[in-house]
Design a binder for this molecule. Structure first.
Ligand SMILES: Nc1ncnc2c1ncn2[C@@H]1O[C@H](COP(=O)(O)OP(=O)(O)OP(=O)(O)O)[C@@H](O)[C@H]1O
Length: 686
């Protein structure tokens, strides 16, 4: 859904008297003089009335931000001849054809500037941002240099340390409160090199600065769209990145939230960060807040430069903006092919401005030297272009030292696991209804099965009924193990992708933190079913058999769970929910109602890989094998008075429970390894 247009009809020509007045208003309402609004509000707001915290956000002032954020290391991004081609399948030709989405765009985004990438829908804005962020690499060509070093050629990790990418969807954890979400990220990103007090202070400062302090204890699911967006930004600001890349941060926000969001980005840029965002059609007021504009149309750059320079540039091309027209709207109209604009000519002219911009020296903020060293691995003194930068840095901001400027050391793998595990426990406790339903379902089915098959486990004349109960037990445990988690990773993937991409944690700890929550839950639920139905059906109360029964049931349900995770990861959402039970039914066929010698040779492999079969046979043997004594017979004749006879006729007398259980467990471990590999591939397929 693409929204976010806040078109304000405003005189098009910049610097007309009305525009000057608009600038004046802009200054008044946004950056340095926001405190004026605050004082006005203080006069009118009744202290007894609940205060809309969104308004408080406007009370930000630059000084406050300066104090709370250390001056940032400067990072410039230069990109040259970026092409992006993708393969599309043609149903007519029945072969893939190449589609070029970006046609060799170049440009430069500088630190200290707020850059807007604008263009009509489908122009290639997100594609360009994805490539610059390193989120999309396959099919991309060209050079992306960060402070002179080409990151497309394998230096992404260094860039990732300094940057964050805030995607369009707010992939937040709905069950956590704002403060909890921030605290977890602080522990993950800042590790234990930063003291707890410092982290708390940083969290408080960030929330205060972003107008979220009053919502610290609100769950993220209850936040408004604008607050969610600000929280997404706050979560990334914990590690104080030099580069912020945002894909449509204002989409879905009302005009007030949009202006808050862009004001915040502007302030972050003023701190020396490189802030680049894609945006649809901002209002004239918002448009004016951007320092640099990069306009894209049909995969070409048609303008790059200052916002103020846009209309003169278009006017030079014979495209004069009508009076009382928002320049941002006009740009989109031109880019969409209205006014008979020749996009090829615009693109050619815009290309010239790249080299001009690169020749223009820019100012450098404190710490640049350090980052230049970090990124380029060279001594900054040898870097001629940087030598000429006038340093704006000064030591007047004495509280800069409050937060260390050096890159924080992230939490260790063990600490990551413990933090993520703890986080998942909190989420589980808050979503306790799901847990209770799972327990209730196991208990309920245990009671129903127990009632239907009551007493069948101990009698000679009900061996077949018990056989069906044992089959039903395995089927039930396979289904519940599988289906409870099939959607776990598909639902988690968006959040996992965002958090993993922004280097919050590694995959292994997060994977373990998810499965090690699910495993005990599944064991607990299975036990509920087993205890009730085992007793009700009057199975033998011999320790040895009870342990075998538990071992087989728990192993098969955990293996089925592993299969559920795997299917969820490797197949699309809708297919996963269909495929998972289908496979369970297929595998369950082998071993229950067909003998090994009746299976056609070409299907024997299914018999052998069926962990369902292995578990089911083991369960039957655990009940009737191992020298079980004669079964009591209440009829004149009971065919299966001798339990061994039953095993013989079912062709499972030679089944080895240990071997089968190891086989079933190994499949589970193998599937977990496949799952983690598949997730890794999905997260790293760029
Ligand atoms: N993997 C892909 N396969 C086929 N086409 C693609 C692929 N990725 C992007 N495109 C196409 O490339 C074009 C640019 O997409 P992109 O998402 O960058 O547009 P955009 O300018 O961000 O649009 P919007 O503002 O609507 O998000 C679109 O026409 C889109 O359909």
């Amino acid at each position: 859904m693409k929204q976010g247009s806040q078109s304000t009809k405003t005189p098009c020509c910049l610097k007309t008297p009305s525009m000057v007045s608009m600038e004046h208003r802009l200054q008044e309402t946004t950056l340095s003089n926001l405190s004026k609004i605050s004082s006005a509000e203080r006069v009118t707001v009744n202290p007894q009335q609940p205060i809309n915290n969104n308004n408080k956000f406007h009370t930000l002032n630059n000084q406050k931000i300066q104090r709370r954020f250390p001056r940032k290391l400067a990072v410039d991004i230069q990109f040259t001849d970026i092409y992006y081609r993708t393969r599309v399948w043609s149903l007519q030709q029945l072969k893939p054809s190449k589609k070029e989405i970006l046609h060799g765009v170049s440009g430069e985004f500088r630190s200290g500037e707020l850059t807007a990438i604008m263009g009509p829908s489908g122009a290639g804005k997100s594609t360009l941002l994805n490539i610059l962020a390193g989120y999309k690499m396959r099919g991309a060509e060209g050079s992306v240099k960060v402070n002179g070093r080409n990151i497309i050629k394998g230096h992404h990790n260094e860039f990732f340390r300094l940057s964050c990418y805030i995607m369009q969807e707010d992939a937040l954890r709905p069950a956590l409160t704002v403060k909890e979400a921030m605290t977890f990220v602080a522990h993950l990103r800042l590790g234990y090199s930063t003291s707890h007090r410092q982290k708390q202070k940083q969290i408080f400062d960030l929330l205060d600065m972003l107008g979220l302090a009053e919502h610290a204890n609100t769950r993220t699911v209850a936040l408004s769209g604008g607050q969610k967006k600000r929280l997404s930004i706050a979560l990334e600001l914990i590690s104080n990145p030099s580069v912020l890349l945002l894909d449509e941060p204002t989409t879905g926000l009302d005009s007030s939230s949009c202006s808050q969001c862009v004001s915040l980005l502007k302030l972050l840029a003023q701190q020396g960060r490189t802030v680049v965002c894609t945006i649809h059609q901002p209002s004239a007021l918002l448009f004016e807040m951007f320092d640099h504009l990069y306009a894209v149309a049909e995969g070409y750059c048609i303008y790059q430069g200052g916002v103020q320079g846009l209309l003169p540039f278009l006017a030079d091309m014979g495209l004069t903006c009508p009076s009382y027209h928002n320049p941002a709207d006009y740009l989109i109209e031109v880019a969409s092919g209205e006014y008979d604009a020749d996009l090829a000519v615009l693109a050619a002219e815009a290309a010239k401005s790249v080299s001009e911009r690169r020749k223009t020296p820019r100012t450098i903020t404190a710490g640049t030297e350090e980052v230049v060293k970090t990124i380029s691995g060279t001594n900054v003194d040898d870097q001629k272009p940087h030598a000429q930068y006038a340093s704006l840095a000064s030591s007047e901001d004495s509280s800069i030292d409050e937060i260390p400027e050096s890159s924080p050391v992230s939490a260790s793998l063990l600490a990551q696991f413990l933090l993520l595990y703890y986080r998942n426990i909190i989420v589980l406790c808050r979503n306790y209804k799901h847990f209770m339903i799972r327990i209730g379902a196991h208990l309920g089915i245990g009671l129903i099965f127990g009632f239907l098959y009551r007493g069948v486990g101990s009698k000679a004349d009900s061996v077949f009924a018990n056989y069906v109960y044992l089959y039903g037990t395995i089927l039930f445990l396979v289904y519940t193990g599988k289906m409870a988690v099939t959607l776990s990773f598909p639902l988690e993937m968006g959040t996992l992708r965002r958090e993993h991409f922004n280097r919050w944690y590694s995959l292994l700890p997060s994977f373990l933190a998810i499965i090690l929550i699910e495993i005990p839950i599944q064991i607990f639920c299975s036990m509920m079913y087993i205890v009730v139905s085992y007793i009700y059906t009057d199975q033998p109360l011999e320790e040895y058999r009870i342990l075998l029964f538990l071992m087989v049931c728990v192993t098969v349900t955990l293996t089925a769970q592993a299969a559920g995770f795997f299917i969820g990861v490797v197949t699309p959402f809708k297919i996963a929910v269909f495929l998972s039970p289908t496979i369970a039914v297929l595998l369950s066929t082998f071993g229950f109602n067909i003998f090994h010698h009746d299976i056609p040779e070409y299907f024997l492999w299914l018999y052998h890989i069926s962990y369902f079969r292995a578990a089911f046979h083991s369960l039957v043997v655990s009940m009737y094998g191992h020298n079980r004594t004669l079964l009591p017979c209440e009829q004149l004749y009971c065919h299966f008075k001798y339990p061994d006879k039953f095993l013989y006729e079912m062709d499972i007398r030679d089944v080895n429970i240990s071997e089968n259980t190891i086989f079933v467990g190994s499949i589970g471990i193998f599937l977990h390894l496949c799952t983690v590999t598949a997730i890794w591939i999905r997260l790293n397929r760029r």
